[in-house]
Ligand binder design. Structure first.
Ligand code: MLT
Length: 392
């Protein structure tokens, strides 16, 4: 069998796999080094009591005659879909249009299959690397249009560059830059997509981190259901990065040029590719969206944002130009003339701190590091101490 040649167009390792390998090599050389990770955005705090109760009570009931369940609906348990629609979307979307999944990243891959081989996609640059890599693997590099989002354009893309794209992948609050679209900016993007019959894939994995009244969903913009699919995740808000639970909204108002509904194809794809999310994680999700679960998630998010704030202050004190860190648990730190990988290596060698090189998120990310605010508080404080020592 011949290889899918698109694999030769992606880096041989996914960004966070590359970092893991570099960490492993470093630890082989310096086995006693106590590394601190401000790299992959992975949650560190235990699952909170009410949400944990949701997971454990369904787990034990599966061990009883009365409580055992086999396959559930591929789209997800109705109670969870309803809770997502009501609690997170304030009934702006129909439960019927919510598709529960095993996480945002997995749905990004499946969406690429939905779009098929002929589609051209526009991506923010820098962007979460799964958008770029799954796009390349499906259709090759030539199908991709990059939209630079830098401090110089206030992280808002020049939409004229996306004229030839069929699909726009957007993330707000943004991973990696932490930038948040305003209602006005989002309305401009929605209007652009409407006028030119494009589809937006809007990733809101960090929406619970938004401070103030910035848009938490693209569906806050009138008419967005006609042009947008939205992805969400419990990973960063409930600590489900290991439990695995997310969702994708495909509104029935969304149609292809030819008039067919996108939702019908997504339903066909999901029922063919997927047997539904784990019943255990879905019950965790139901608990997370009850009032007690929501307040636990808010507290958890505040904790990570507080840590991010400490890092933000530290980098500022050290004289760096820093973005993000307000509406997202990430800082986007401009390096002073260094390449991303050089700065990554230097911080690893000198401070034993792992970061994520900005170039891993796209060409426009070179010269930046992404710093994650996920971590135990003591570890974050230790990292800050090391950063101060390293700069002196
Ligand atoms: C990140 O560090 O960008 C994320 O944690 C990775 C992910 O969500 O897959």
């Amino acid at each position: 069998m011949r290889r899918n040649t698109h694999f030769s167009q992606v880096a041989s390792r996914y960004l966070f796999q590359e970092i893991r390998e570099r960490k492993r090599d470093f630890l082989q050389q310096y086995p006693h080094a106590e590394l601190i990770s401000l790299s992959i955005g992975d949650t560190t705090e235990p699952i909170t009591p009410h949400i944990c109760q949701g997971l454990t009570s369904i787990s034990s009931s599966l061990g009883s005659e009365a409580g055992y369940m086999g396959y559930g609906p591929e789209q997800g348990i109705l109670e969870l879909r309803q809770a997502i629609a009501t609690t997170l979307y304030h009934d702006r979307v129909d439960a019927d249009d919510v598709f529960v999944s095993d996480g945002a990243k997995c749905d990004i891959g499946r969406l690429q299959t939905l779009f098929g081989p002929e589609t051209s996609v526009a991506l923010q640059d820098p962007a979460y690397p799964a958008y770029l890599d799954t796009s390349i693997i499906h259709r090759g590099r030539d199908s991709i249009i990059l939209l630079p989002c830098t401090p110089e354009n206030h992280f808002f893309p020049d939409l004229a560059l996306a004229e030839k794209a069929d699909v726009l992948f957007l993330c707000s609050p943004n991973n990696p830059t932490g930038a948040l679209f305003s209602h006005e900016q989002l309305a401009t993007i929605v209007q652009f997509a409407k006028d030119r019959k494009k589809i937006i894939v809007f990733d809101t994995a960090y929406s619970l981190y938004i401070q103030g009244d910035g848009p938490r969903s693209i569906y806050e913009i009138a008419g967005a259901k006609e042009v947008a699919i939205e992805i969400g995740s419990f990973s960063k808000i409930a600590g489900f990065s290991g439990v695995r639970l997310g969702w994708t909204v495909v509104p029935k108002e969304l149609h292809y040029h030819s008039g067919e509904p996108v939702r019908a194809d997504w339903m066909r794809l999901i029922t063919t590719f997927y047997n539904g999310s784990s019943i255990i994680s879905q019950h965790g999700g139901i608990a997370a969206l009850q009032p007690a679960g929501m307040s636990e998630m808010r507290e958890l998010v505040s904790f990570y944002l507080e840590s991010t704030g400490l890092l933000l202050e530290a980098f500022k004190q050290l004289g760096y130009e820093v973005y993000g860190g307000i509406h997202a648990p990430y800082l986007w730190v401009r390096l002073q003339g260094k390449s991303s990988w050089d700065a990554f290596d230097e911080l690893l060698r000198t401070a034993h701190v792992l970061t994520t090189p900005g170039i891993g998120f796209g060409e426009s990310g070179d010269g930046f590091l992404r710093i994650s605010g996920f971590g135990k508080r003591a570890t974050i404080l230790e990292a800050i101490g090391r950063l101060h020592r390293y700069r002196q």
